[in-house]
Design a binder for this molecule. Structure first.
Ligand code: LCS
Length: 403
């Protein structure tokens, strides 16, 4: 069947797997093996030399992992994919692949705290420098390019501020200057946004989040638009740095992915109900959500995303103390980092996910002490609203007493 014409709701379930090749098994079999038996010594020699295709050792490839990689390739409209043991393993693999000492990376104004940590290590140890800039217009991006710039690395929406990067502007500038573009697509999942279609060269995911969706796996994915290059990363950086995924975790991701489309729709519709609610609360100062009609980037969001997704950021009155008071009063909504799970989670970026970013840099990224990040889950929206309502009532009472 020509998969090009299938909808994503279908490919998340079927792509990359032929049950006829696996004893008719409906579910993708779990190949929990470290190595593979060669029929003869010469077959082993030929597999190593590349003369014969086939399995060698699970750090170099595994049939269960391959189903996941092929499914992700289809979902991101790419040409090849690699699965990793964490999102950070995927991020570090692509940055190691693209850079050498003396190079420069241009980044979106905000990035995940550990990606920032990785860039700091690369700067200190290998003199690979970076700049974090706004990327609303082509001029802004163009002005920041240096002779030693080799790639543009962006998150959109940005963790945790939910600011967007104009992907078309990035792609246009990159094309003119011969730069490679890497987009961290974790916050939208391939169901809501496909950066390779807009001109990116690589997409990375923390598959820990929406791809899995069930809060029980740490994993990462890298998808590219050039099969040969992806295979060369498999047989170099991935093989020799070794940050691979376990077959069982790949199996769980394949299982989680099957419901990606219905999950993303529910995350988005729940988030829209919560946005409407939060905007009316006295203790809430500002809300940040791409598909909020009052968001200045709403038109851009509509151009590059199918829906707003499940993440909302908002600031509350009372700074860090106000934010912590509210978190401690929530009951159904859990205080935890990570996102994209069935459970609604809330976290405080300044003291949690982005606490490793120096304060000055953090403020430049727009991460205030009063900012909270909510990962809206799959519960009934009314129950989430009820939890907020009881929490706001207590916090308001406590704040009034304080004054
Ligand atoms: N990229 C983004 C945008 C992320 O949000 C994360 C993790 C990563 C990469 C790294 O993925 P990991 O290695 O954890 O699979 N973000 C987290 C967060 O916001 N809370 O906890 C982890």
């Amino acid at each position: 069947m020509n998969e090009d014409y299938l909808h994503k709701d279908t490919t998340v379930i079927h792509s990359g797997y032929d049950s006829n090749a696996h004893h008719g098994s409906l579910a993708v079999p779990l190949y929990q093996t470290s190595t593979y038996v060669f029929e003869t010594a010469v077959q082993g020699e030929n597999r190593f030399s590349g003369e014969e295709e086939g399995n060698i050792y699970s750090r170099l490839g595994n049939p269960t992992v391959r189903v996941l990689e092929e499914r992700m390739t289809v979902l991101e409209n790419g040409k090849g994919a690699l699965a990793f043991g964490s999102g950070m393993a995927a991020v570090s693999a692509i940055l190691v692949h693209l850079t050498k000492t003396g190079d420069h990376i241009l980044c979106s104004r905000g990035i995940y705290g550990c990606t920032f940590g990785l860039l700091s290590i690369m700067q200190k140890k290998y003199n690979i420098t970076h700049d974090l800039i706004r990327m609303d217009t082509e001029e802004e991006i163009e002005q920041a390019i240096r002779p030693e710039t080799v790639c543009i690395y962006v998150e959109t929406p940005i963790n945790p501020t939910m600011e967007l990067v104009n992907l078309q502007a990035v792609a246009n500038v990159a094309k003119r200057h011969g730069l490679r573009v890497v987009v961290d697509n974790t916050f939208t999942s391939p169901y809501l946004q496909n950066p390779l279609d807009i001109g990116a060269d690589f997409v990375v995911h923390s598959a820990t989040k929406y791809i899995n969706g069930h809060g029980d796996v740490i994993a990462g994915l890298l998808v590219g638009n050039d099969k040969e290059e992806i295979e060369s990363i498999r047989m170099s950086v991935q093989k020799d740095y070794g940050g691979i995924i376990s077959p069982f975790d790949a199996w769980l991701l394949i299982r989680g992915l099957k419901t990606l489309s219905i999950r993303m729709e529910r995350h988005s519709s729940n988030a829209e109900k919560l946005i409407a609610y939060l905007k009316k609360q006295k203790l809430v100062e500002a809300v940040y959500y791409p598909f909020d009609v009052d968001n200045p980037q709403y038109a851009l969001a509509k151009r590059q995303m199918l829906a707003g997704g499940g993440i909302i950021s908002f600031t509350v009155k009372g700074g860090k103390e106000g934010a912590q008071l509210l978190m401690d009063r929530l009951s159904l909504i859990k205080i935890a980092v990570s996102l994209g799970d069935a459970e609604t989670l809330i976290q405080h970026p300044a003291t949690m996910t982005h606490s490793g970013v120096p304060e000055g840099e953090r403020r430049q990224m727009g991460i205030e002490d009063s900012l909270l990040r909510l990962s809206v889950g799959l519960e009934h929206a009314d129950d989430l609203i009820a939890d907020f309502t009881q929490a706001f009532a207590v916090v308001e009472m406590m704040m009034t007493k304080h004054l």
